[in-house]
Design a protein around this ligand. Sequence first.
Ligand code: C2E
Ligand code: CA
Ligand code: CA
Length: 579
Amino acid sequence: MNNYKNISSFNKYDKEFFNINKNEEFLLKLKKSFIKSIKGLFIYANKEKDLVIFYGNNRDVLGYDDEFIIMTFDEVKKYIHKDYIYTLVQDLRQNTEEFETKLVNNFEEEHWVSIKGFSKLDSEGKLLKFEGYIHNITNEKEAALILDYVSSYDEVTGLNNKKHFKNIIEKILKRLSILESRGALILVNIDNFRFINDTYGHNCGDIFLKKFSDDLKKLFNFNEVLCRFAGDEFLLFIPYIDNFKDIKDIIKKIKGILKYPYNVNGKKIFTSASIGITFFPDDGESFEVLLKNADVAMYRAKSNGKNQWQMFNSNISREINRIYSIQRGLRTALDNNEMFVVFQPKITLRDDEVNGFEALLRWKSCEIGVVSPGEFIPVAESTRLIIPIGKFVLREVFKKVKYLISQGYDNFKIAVNLSEIQLREGDFVEYLTLLIDEFDVSPRYIEIEITESMIMKSVDRNIEYLLELKKLGASIALDDFGTGYSSFNHLTKLPIDVLKLDRSFIVDMMNNHKSRYVIENMIQLSHKLGITVVAEGVEDKEQVEYLKSIECDAIQGYYYSKPEDFQNAINMLNKYNSK
Ligand code: C2E
Ligand code: CA
Ligand code: CA
């Protein structure tokens, strides 16, 4: 590399280099000092004389200590990165004012440079002369490359990020539509990822995501495009797919990698994924629409019980639109006075007296009519609107309690359903305290209904929370017992006063001796633990008689009354509960 001529006295070239007259030494000096002041390397090339002169600090880009270097064209070639020779020649011939290339110095170090100047070409467009200067732009270029990387790829997994993925897919969609070919967009959402993060920490969550992405990368070749779309969501686009079996194989592969636990920091993480699939152009012609539909399908797979896959179809779309209109309607429901509370009595079997009510929320929307709580509560939960709505219910209940006390009633409780979101994210205890002060009402008239599933997610913390509620003086009922997790263990662990046997148990009871056996024993066990038992959804006399015979404490159900507005409910209190 070092067969260069280092000219110590460069007068001979000075004249030609700077192209000045003999007697203009002063101007020459001026020009040299000007060149020095430019933070770059001056270059002069003359093809006819096979001469290239560099003047200025070239230590980084060429690797010499001398400021003045002279070479032949062939020698210069060795300093140009082989991948860039072709474009460099093109740029010189086209007289591009400023262009970039990559140089390799004497120490084999690569540098990005920008070259500014002008060429003189012969009539055939070949280079005769070039004069200009070179700037080392490696730092800027690397920064730009890093920036480009950061703005295109996901930091944790190295997969395309959403923006970059969208650009790629939009190009592929154009090609597919010209070729009249199909493609599939697959949305993979890791089930219970939040649980992984909450239990093992975000660091473990990230390691898991990285390992999962690496496995995905291994499964697919470059034809299929992968993306980390959001926290625990991945997108996969498969072009040129035309049959259902191929999709099934792909889903099988994805599920295959989650079949075995991931070992993260010595912990075994088991998980599954909910997958939504949508086809181009059948389900949508743009990336946005395909994405929305894949999301709709995934949402369905998730609500069907997770660990499933679902193809998009228009039925699902209709259901999701219903959810969207519920979401929209809920936002203004309270302000528009569309919500109210009804009360269903609970009757003590010992004396057939109403000993309280369960407050149940109702919504009559101006736009979409009556929506059942079974439909709108989950939406209110997923949008966190349950927090203000829950507060509304609690305030209504306090109003009624205050009224009943003012009318001389004393032996009653009104139960309020508490949602997991209120427990986890809201300020329920604070709000309850506030209402106790505001209404000057003892919380012993209030019962809070919780379910096992909401406690399960963080048992110890929630027990503390329930103890706080109890300390204030409210009582606690475990709702829907017999569905979901139902565990005897919880009866001993949770600070509950009341156990509400779910309607499904009661429905089953008269025809199933095993159910009766379980219920009988559950009642006895609860009594030993000091817990009162209420049977929910009691609809006929036979059930009432049987529940009486096995010492069930109270019942709630259509047999006595459906949920009623407050005035009708008080009448029942009159009937069953003398002042
Ligand atoms: P839940 O807490 O289990 O409430 C009991 C549900 O069973 C009520 O339905 C009630 O009307 C119904 N029910 C009562 N007796 C019978 C019967 O004999 N037969 C039949 N078939 N059903 C009976 P509703 O009012 O539609 O409420 C459904 C669910 O919505 C409630 O179930 C509760 O989980 C939720 N919910 C209602 N109001 C609120 C609320 O204010 N806040 C929260 N977080 N959830 C609420
Ligand atoms: Ca309830
Ligand atoms: Ca219930």
